[in-house]
Design a protein around this ligand. Structure first.
Ligand code: ADP
Length: 183
């Protein structure tokens, strides 16, 4: 049976890294809205040009853009047997859109990768991406706290949240995720 997974957690918690390894192991596509948006920015597409400034500020790109991107990606053949969504949904409107596109019961597990704020700020500053500057980092954390973290309640109500400690070496954290997915 395929798996439909969400990975959630503060920026800089290492979701992307974990998601990539996990998806390779499970043979499902890693659908990262951040990575898709960065491809547009690097490719100089119209969407990329629109998104770049917003991303560099740490705010969210419009729901309309990301929802369309995700809907398109999940309709491809390779997503028929499962997928892992990374970086989406990021606010209640996106979560509602996901339910609408796919139906409410479609996500089987929400993996929350948790890490304390000092740790994630240090990691983001060390990474040096164009949206990893001090100011953008603060904005992204605030956006996470205000808009994304509340989604956990929604998924908690559905009984599908599994919280994993994101502090440790990459293989250690991966092992914790594999464990909760096997439960
Ligand atoms: P991180 O995992 O470090 O938070 P991402 O790669 O997921 O970073 O996202 C980088 C940026 O891309 C976000 O700060 C935001 O501007 C934009 N972005 C990514 N996903 C979404 C989304 N679902 N909705 C709106 N903007 C998004």
């Amino acid at each position: 049976m395929g798996r439909n997974l969400l990975i959630l957690g503060p920026p800089g918690a290492g979701k992307g890294t974990q998601a990539e390894v996990l998806c390779r192991a499970l043979g499902i596509p890693h659908v990262s809205t951040g990575a898709m948006l960065r491809e547009h920015v690097d490719g100089g597409t119209e969407l990329g040009m629109l998104a770049k400034e917003v991303m560099d500020s740490g705010e969210l790109v419009s729901d309309e853009i990301v929802v369309a991107m995700v809907a398109d990606r999940l309709s491809r053949d390779d997503a028929a047997c499962g997928w892992l969504l990374d970086g989406f949904p990021r606010n209640p409107a996106q979560a509602a859109a996901l339910d609408e596109i796919l139906g409410e019961g479609i996500v089987d597990t929400v993996v929350v990768v948790d890490a304390p704020e000092e740790e994630i700020v240090a990691r983001m500053l060390a990474r040096g991406r164009s949206d990893d500057t001090g100011e953008a980092t603060r904005t992204r954390l605030a956006v996470y706290r205000e808009q994304t973290a509340p989604l956990m309640d929604l998924y908690e109500e559905r009984g599908i949240v599994r919280i994993v400690d994101g502090v440790g070496q990459i293989p250690e954290v991966l092992c914790r995720i594999v464990q909760v997915l096997a439960e």
